[in-house]
Design a protein around this ligand. Structure first.
Ligand code: PLP
Length: 485
């Protein structure tokens, strides 16, 4: 086992999973079979989905127990249900580990997902910056005490706020104020993009847009931007225009926890509110979290039932376990390897002629512009999948193929780094990817054009690539020693 993998004892984990599958199989064997099949599938694919990882058996096992049965609305020591003493223990532990891990004054570990964490953050900003002053002005403590006229005015004021975030095609996320998402219906949104020449964030342009637009919330964070963000500079801009600075570090939280992104590139000391998922580079259970400066802590803690359903105590317990793992020195080694491996992957792709958005990476992901191979993102994604390489298509800045077909594929290193892949394996992976892209041709359409979806691949290429990928995967087994048979 390499340092990159969260440590576990294979014999104990094997016994635990075999017993669990026996218990499950006695009720619905098809579910037990599907769980086993999922492990086999994950073991057999070269997973480069930038938002996925492999949580440790300890994290996974923590979610399968009676904590799942508890209702625990409220916060630690302050519940709307009796009998929450053990939930208090795990929630307090998860929050304590999170505060220590990220150096944050406050951590709220209840959000069920990244989207939920963002909703909590938006609510907390609205509550603190719009609702609280309105209550104070009206001389009341609670919205129920407002007159009907004051209530109507408050609702209008809440609906009249602005958010400035990174544009979707530059790598921003749908929840950062875009129309198809509830955030775009709550806020009037404007976007900042990246420099058309370099593909890099242009902070002067962000400042200019912020000065014109005067947002309540300046949002940073991304799903598909392959570079570090200078959060100190972004905070300066937020301060200049009186905005609350919210960072969604869902993708790169593992690099923050592992101290790869530090100083100006660590969002936590600079943002008023930082949101994250816990399951991507951070390698915890599926879930979300909000970190907050003290002035937003109370409003953040009212996330449930304001915008969240009851907390999931089994997942909060698993968050505590994963954060304990991330506080071990091995995790910093893992995070550094994720970033180093992204460099190797990027260099390997570029050396073989692939075009990379921004020319490279300094985080965990690489965005390949596949138009130089004559392909759409959709064709590239499908051809790679045929060859056993799992990626996702992604828009590139000013994408000529739109959000459905796209012109890019996004590749991330967190999952395969957990399997123990290093520089040589990622270089070989780059070679396999370029071979597949170069060997794939769009199908001609009847009207003489080219299809955006259909393609053909050189005979035998997919099979040869699968065999080569299997060699890499066999050398770095997922959950080594864990044997379900
Ligand atoms: N924020 C960012 C930046 C993301 O990339 C994602 C998901 O990919 C989310 C939020 C949403 O996370 P979840 O799927 O847990 O709701």
């Amino acid at each position: 086992m390499t340092d990159a993998t969260a440590p576990f004892d294979a014999a104990t984990a094997t016994a635990a999973y075999r017993s669990a599958l026996q218990v499950i199989g006695a009720v619905e064997p098809r579910v037990a079979d599907a769980i086993g099949a999922e492990l086999a599938d994950q073991r057999a694919s070269l997973k480069l989905i930038a938002s996925e990882n492999y949580a440790s058996p300890a994290v996974l096992l923590t979610m399968g127990n009676w904590f799942s049965d508890k209702y625990a609305e409220g916060t630690v020591g302050h519940r709307f249900y009796a009998g929450c003493q053990n939930v208090d223990t795990v929630e307090a532990l998860a929050a304590e580990h999170a505060r220590e891990l990220f150096g944050a004054p406050h951590a709220y570990v209840q959000p069920h997902s990244g989207i939920d964490a963002n909703l909590v953050a938006f609510w907390a900003v609205l509550a603190t910056r719009v609702e609280a002053p309105a209550l104070e002005k009206a001389g009341v403590r609670h919205v129920n005490e407002l007159t009907d006229d004051d209530w109507r005015d408050l609702r209008h004021a809440l609906g009249d706020q602005r958010m400035l975030g990174m544009s979707l095609d530059a790598g921003g996320h749908l929840t950062h104020g875009f129309r198809p998402n509830i955030s775009g219906k709550m806020f009037e949104q404007s976007s900042y993009g990246t420099d058309p020449g370099t593909g890099l964030l242009d902070y002067d342009a962000v400042r200019e847009r912020a000065r014109e637009f005067r947002p309540l919330i300046l949002m940073a964070g991304y799903s598909a931007y392959p570079r570090r963000v200078d959060f100190a500079k972004m905070r300066e801009i937020a301060d200049e225009v009186g905005a609350t600075f919210v960072v969604d570090m869902a993708h790169f939280a593992g690099l923050v926890a592992g101290k790869v992104l530090t100083g100006d590139f660590d969002p936590v000391p600079h943002a008023h509110v930082t949101t994250t998922t816990t399951h991507k580079s951070l390698r915890g259970p599926r879930g979300g979290m909000v970190l907050a400066q003290p002035e937003y802590a109370d409003a953040v803690d009212r996330g449930c039932p304001m915008v969240l359903g009851g907390p999931l105590p089994h997942v909060m317990a698993a968050k505590a376990v994963s954060f304990a793992e991330a506080r071990r020195p091995e995790f910093a080694g893992y995070a550094q390897a994720v970033a180093d491996n992204a460099q190797s992957l990027a260099e390997g792709l570029a050396r073989r002629g692939a075009t990379l958005v921004t020319g490279g990476t300094d985080n965990h992901l690489v965005l390949v512009d596949v138009t130089s191979f004559g392909l759409t993102g959709r064709q590239a994604e499908s051809a790679l999948l045929d060859a056993g390489i799992v990626t996702n298509r992604n828009a590139v800045p000013a994408d000529p193929n739109g959000a459905w077909y796209t012109s890019g594929v996004r590749l991330g290193t967190p999952a395969l780094t957990t399997r123990g892949f290093g520089a040589a394996e990622f270089d070989r992976t780059a070679e396999l990817i370029v071979d597949v892209l170069a060997g794939t041709t769009p199908t001609a359409t009847r009207d003489g054009g080219v299809s955006k979806a259909k393609y053909t691949t050189t005979d035998g290429l997919a099979d040869r690539t699968r065999a080569a990928a299997a060699e890499l995967l066999d050398a770095h087994p997922l959950y080594p020693g864990l044997d379900l048979d």
